[in-house]
Design a protein around this ligand. Structure first.
Ligand SMILES: N[C@@H](CCC(=O)N[C@@H](CS)C(=O)NCC(=O)O)C(=O)O
Length: 241
């Protein structure tokens, strides 16, 4: 481990919080570099990466992992790639099930998260921030209301019918559980959906995640996780269907 200790670049109130959680779940040693978003009144790049994070390399976003020397001190962007690397490299007991568990199930859930959930949360965020407005026509409403969140029905059903134990992968979180945290937190923190009323299995799952010691440690080690800091323009998302 000594020669393979990764360095993790974290940005406050961002999706890198889930990777910090993963690092804590793995219980490995790592260097942590905390970055803070530009202030809201920044003249050109409000809320975006500060210069120190931009200066790390071509992506300049978080999460960002620099692998240990043994793995070539590689510059690794992208949440999914980082999660896969960390689990494949450091989960020697296969707690995440990526080697001998039902990795196909993990892959299905990861795909739902990166496609359906990613799309729903991106559209809703853009509406919420006033970047886009609902359009006209019979299909315009597909980015609004419950229609937009059909993927949450899929995730809720997968939790009810999937492996027993409380997580998508069973009794221990898998890679997909780690990745599912961000957009579901965004949806609840920004009050986009009522998880408890409409997606009860997903709500229970979220409570379970937040009660994990590793999640709590990740929150303590980070520099804030408030996804409501980005200003809302709620009147832009009125025509719910
Ligand atoms: N596709 C990347 C997205 C990374 C990303 O956009 N991170 C945001 C935080 S949620 C960021 O660093 N934003 C600052 C910026 O874009 O300058 C991933 O999955 O990790």
């Amino acid at each position: 481990m000594a020669d393979n200790k990764p360095t993790f670049h974290h940005l406050n109130s961002s999706q890198s919080q889930r990777i910090l959680w993963l690092l804590e779940e793995l219980g490995i040693e790592y260097e942590l570099v905390l970055h803070s978003r530009n202030p809201e009144n920044h003249p050109t790049k409000p809320f975006l990466s500060p210069p120190e994070l931009v200066a790390t390399g071509p992506y300049g976003k978080a999460p960002l992992l620099i692998t240990g020397e043994k793995d070539g001190s590689r510059y690794l962007p992208e949440s999914s790639a980082i999660a896969t690397y960390l689990i494949k490299t450091f989960d020697t007991e296969d707690k995440f099930g990526l080697k001998h568990g039902d990795w196909i199930h993990d892959e299905v859930i990861c795909s739902l998260i990166s496609t359906g959930l990613g799309k729903s949360s991106s559209f809703t965020l853009f509406l919420d921030l006033g970047i886009i407005q609902p359009g006209e026509g019979p299909l315009a409403g597909r980015v609004l209301g419950k229609t937009a969140w059909a993927v949450l029905d899929d995730l809720d059903r997968e939790l009810k019918g999937g492996p027993k134990g409380g997580y998508f992968m069973g009794g221990h979180p898998g890679r997909c559980d780690i990745l599912a945290e961000f957009q579901t937190s965004m949806a609840t923190q920004r009050n986009w959906v009522d998880l408890k009323a409409d997606y009860p299995a997903l709500y229970e799952w979220q409570q379970r995640v937040f009660a994990r010691p590793a999640w709590r440690r990740a929150l303590e080690k980070g520099n804030g996780y408030d996804l409501t800091i980005f200003p809302t323009i709620p009147e832009r998302r009125t025509n719910e269907i």
